[in-house]
Design a protein around this ligand. Structure first.
Ligand code: F6R
Length: 262
């Protein structure tokens, strides 16, 4: 796992956007795995800027989102489909027919999960998956104790996640306690993973993920098994890591190596 520690959330978004830009420039029909929540918003803004400046096109891109609330239709302002349209898809040239978000109001959610898995497989698999991390170490909505081999499925949200996400809902508004999420096994099949984490509320989870044991108690720790993960942190999210100096040293050495090769 490559651990990159930057000074603030803006630098994290800039770094993350540059990974996406390189990916889409190298493969115009990339299959992108996308996330919602607060963390990726700045990154999406930067991708919109890249598109508007004429530097990048998403015409051939296919995307799959990690998760969706169960019980919300795609036109509900709190749904993740709505979020993706409002934060990214409405402002770039992606073909919305090629943007997939699990269906929160499917008549049969279980077969919707199977169809989602099939659609990912038929697309050739995810080239680059963006992840955030929950305070409890969740990825997607794979809460602690999720099977590390799980596939797309219906998942109950923990009280902690419901409380964390309550900030997006108005007082008294229906807030789902179930979701459909890509499984951990599904996420692990992505060719490359980019996780962003910012702010001190993520410091404990980041520490457990990077320097703790591989355990379903911290689902994100499973990324220790993946061959190509970039974890990009601001200094607050990195503040509890024991080996910060080592990660910074490795990054400097990597930069020197790349300068020598290219
Ligand atoms: C969102 C998702 C979640 C979030 C995580 C962090 O699609 O899958 O795992 O990435 O809850 O959320 P924020 O970024 O709001 O702190």
């Amino acid at each position: 796992m490559k651990v990159v520690i930057l000074k603030d959330a803006d630098s994290v978004a800039q770094y993350g956007a540059s990974v996406f830009v390189k990916q889409v420039k190298a493969k115009s029909d990339s299959v992108l795995g996308l996330a919602t929540g607060s963390t990726p918003v700045k990154l999406y803004k930067k991708l919109i800027e890249e598109y508007r400046s004429g530097n990048l096109s998403f015409k051939e891109v296919v995307s799959f989102n990690l998760d969706e609330y169960m019980g919300l239709s795609g036109d509900h302002p709190q749904s993740y489909r709505y979020f993706m349209n409002a934060q990214l898809f409405n402002y770039i040239d992606i073909d919305k027919r090629n943007t997939f978000v699990p269906c929160g109001n499917a008549e049969n959610p279980f077969s919707a999960c199977e169809q989602y898995e099939t659609a990912i497989k038929n697309s050739g698999g995810i080239d680059l998956q963006l992840l955030g991390i929950g305070r409890n170490g969740h990825i997607g909505f794979n809460e602690p104790s999720s099977s590390l081999a799980s596939r797309t499925r219906v998942k109950t949200l923990t009280k902690e996640t419901i409380d964390d996400n309550a900030r997006f809902f108005k007082p008294g508004e229906f807030q789902p306690s179930l979701s459909i999420t890509m499984g951990i096994g599904t996420i692990l099949e992505s060719k490359r993973i980019l996780m962003l984490a910012t702010g001190d509320s993520k410091a404990e989870a980041v520490k457990a993920m990077v320097e703790g044991p591989l355990t379903a108690a911290c689902p994100a720790s499973v990324l220790q098994l993946h061959q190509h993960v970039d974890l990009v942190l601001d200094s607050a999210a990195a503040s509890l890591l024991k080996n910060c100096d080592m990660y910074r040293h490795i990054e400097e050495q990597n930069k020197l190596l790349l300068e020598r090769i290219f």
